[in-house]
Design a protein around this ligand. Structure first.
Ligand code: BTN
Length: 290
């Protein structure tokens, strides 16, 4: 891959030629700039867009991250994609689908990165994509029609592809990285997107054909949080620190609490359904500069 083609704008024609999927990406919207591809995909969902519709932007003016954070989305360098999944689970499986969609999507993105770049990303629970200790990508999954039997899930994927380290805002420089910064050369975003869609479609099909136990196993193998000392900040200023021990069947993280702002929690197992954790070993290493 020459550096010149890696920096070409993404086109519908090139993406369509690279696709190996049946549904995902067969309806494709590539825009120069939008506020957020997730918002664009949600609007398309409301207009009846088909399952597997993908929205890609070269830049986002208000890229959104999890927990209300901003997602840095400069023009032409990275991947900003949102995928609309609207297959209807059985009523008894709706909540399991909503819990697992972000996790299986994170596994798909990590696997695609590995196939395309030979780098080996890990997952920080629930769905941060790390290379070493730095974040290279993240997912923001949003659903609409959650009360109904036919929820629409938007899988928003941001991967830092061709940004060099010094192009990150200063506050992100020690926390974030890109595929190019890790490998020392740029990558073709079209090939990466096509691989992400293939890997995601595999797992989307597997979930709906009832083989999600494999996905849980695959997630655990990739997850660098399990077995780590972690800290979680809970509501109302409460916090816990302890060992992340395992994943529950609904994708929640079990933490054996060693210390907490609430003394009654010490020694108990807290099941974290949502939110974020800090890996304490890497936080301590960063403090010490190791
Ligand atoms: C996170 O780690 O906080 C999630 C980041 C998700 C960013 C992507 S970029 C494409 C899509 N559109 C958005 O506004 N956000 C997601």
């Amino acid at each position: 891959m020459s550096s010149i083609s890696a920096f070409q704008p993404m086109t519908s024609q090139a993406v369509t030629m690279a696709l190996c999927t049946t549904a995902l990406g067969r309806s494709l919207h590539i825009v120069e700039e939008t506020s957020s591809t997730n918002s664009a995909a949600l609007a398309l969902a409301q207009q009846g867009a088909v399952d597997g519709t993908v929205v890609i932007a070269e830049a986002q003016t208000s890229g959104r991250g999890r927990l209300g954070r901003h997602w840095h989305s400069p023009q032409g360098k990275n991947l900003y994609a949102s995928i609309l999944l609207r297959r209807a689970p059985l009523p008894k499986d709706v909540s399991r689908w909503l819990s697992w969609a972000p996790l299986l999507s994170a596994v798909a993105v990590a696997r695609a990165i590995q196939v395309v770049t030979a780098l080996k990303p890990s997952l920080k629970w629930p769905n941060d994509i790390l290379l070493g200790q730095r974040k290279v990508g993240g997912l923001l999954c949003e659903s609409s029609g959650m009360g109904s039997a036919q929820p629409v899930v938007i899988v928003g994927i941001g991967v830092n592809v061709n940004m060099w380290r010094d192009a990150f805002p200063e506050d992100l420089r020690d926390l974030a990285t890109s595929l190019a910064a890790e490998a020392g050369h740029p990558f073709d975003r079209t090939s990466l997107l096509a691989m992400i869609l293939s890997e995601l479609e595999l797992r989307y099909d597997a979930f709906f054909s009832g083989t999600s136990a494999d996905i849980q196993h695959e997630y655990v193998l990739r997850c660098s949080t399990i077995g780590q000392a972690v800290r979680a900040d809970l509501a109302h200023g409460e916090w816990i620190e302890g060992q992340a021990t395992s994943l529950a069947d609904d994708g929640s993280l079990r933490i054996l609490v060693e210390d907490s702002s609430d003394a009654r929690k010490r020694g108990s197992v807290v099941v974290l359904r949502a939110g974020d954790v800090t890996h304490l070993r890497s936080a301590h290493a960063a403090e010490k500069g190791t």
